[in-house]
Design a protein around this ligand. Structure first.
Ligand SMILES: *Cc1c(COP(=O)(O)O)cnc(C)c1O
Length: 338
């Protein structure tokens, strides 16, 4: 299988996360699902800080940071970044200081966006937050701050946007192996593993894990919500291959191995779409489960659209990775109000 035991890891969530059939949604949609059976991988509910996909990356990122003797972690994101919130929570758990460089990249100034949701939790987890204008190069600010702190004798580890370095992507390579083992136990063969794509690390990690196990990397599919399709595709390819190199696997992906759809992003990152609102409400009202307005809501709207259009084979089982982002709902109160 896939041996990642040589990479240091800090446990942050209880694994494996459950896989559950979306029966309530199936009952509500009936024939509109065209015979497709939908399942959810519950990466939204496990672990600290309200959970989410960034915890799998942070297990390896914080493992590496501790192995290098870091006392401080620094990362970047949008003002409502789930990655920033979970880095703050995980750093608190690990006893490390945390600094966040957050950009106002989504055009919102209202208090729900600037003070609630993830942004409220960043403060609660004790992070030092630096807010930047939308067009600022947050990583350059983070690196400059890290250099200052190192000059003062601190050990600093900088995580890139979304934690999607090759080390972070190991979290989802491991998840690909976890899914195969659950799939065997359940006796359900998934025809597709579907996720949202922001900084590309979740898709890249899954695809790298699949390729390293000798499986088809196109089993992993993402709906892009941040970059436009060509750039999202290039990022998955680059990050998957860097992850395979880090693992020490010989396999490499080509562009044809990147299964990605950019048609459900809407006008831009963090900007609501009608499809997202429908998906969030439908999941809540048929399953009692929560999608988020920025990532998984748009990805699930893409999946629903394609299932309704008959683009997934009848009789197939499709696994949707629920990636979390729950606090973001509170930052989108107005969009969600009816
Ligand atoms: C970050 C995030 C994603 C996307 O993961 P990437 O690895 O950045 O592509 C999906 N869903 C949620 C809730 C996220 O916070």
């Amino acid at each position: 299988m896939l041996d990642l035991a040589r990479f240091p890891r800090l446990p942050l969530l209880t694994l494996p996360t459950p896989i559950e059939p979306l029966d309530g949604l199936g009952r509500a949609l009936g024939d509109a699902l065209n015979g497709v059976r939908l399942y959810a991988k519950r990466d939204d509910v496990a672990g600290i800080g309200l959970g989410g996909n960034k915890l799998r990356k942070l297990e390896f990122l914080l493992g590496a940071a501790r192995a290098e003797g870091a006392d401080t972690v620094v990362t970047v994101g949008a003002l409502q970044s789930n990655h920033a919130r979970l880095t703050a929570a995980a750093a608190a758990r690990a006893g490390l200081a945390c600094e966040l460089f957050l950009t106002r990249s989504v055009p919102r100034q209202d208090p729900d966006y600037t003070g609630s949701g993830n942004r409220l939790l960043d403060d609660l987890f004790g992070a030092t937050v630096h807010e930047l204008p939308g067009d600022a190069d947050s990583l350059a600010h983070a690196e400059a701050r890290a250099a200052d702190l190192r000059g003062a004798g601190r050990g600093v580890y900088v995580f890139p946007s979304g934690g999607s370095s090759p080390t972070g992507c190991l979290g989802y390579a491991a998840c690909a192996a976890e899914i195969f083992s659950q799939s065997a136990d359940m006796d359900v063969a998934f025809a597709q593993i579907v996720t949202a794509n922001g900084s590309a690390g979740t898709h890249a990690g899954l695809a790298a894990g699949l390729a390293a196990m000798g499986r088809d990397p196109r089993l992993a599919k993402s709906y892009a919500v941040l970059a436009e399709e060509p750039r999202a595709r290039a990022e998955v390819l680059e990050k998957a291959n860097a992850t395979l190199a880090l693992i020490g696997a010989e396999a490499r992906l080509t562009e044809a191995d990147v299964n990605l759809d950019g048609a459900h992003r809407g006008p831009g990152y963090g900007i609501p779409t009608a499809g997202m609102l429908e998906a969030v409400r439908l999941m809540a009202r048929t399953e009692g489960k929560l999608l988020d307005p920025v990532y998984s809501g748009k990805a699930f709207s893409g999946l629903l659209h394609d299932v309704r259009a008959g683009r997934y084979p009848a009789g197939s089982a499709v696994l949707f990775v629920m990636t979390g982002g729950t606090p973001g709902l509170f930052a989108y109160k107005e969009a969600l109000a009816e």
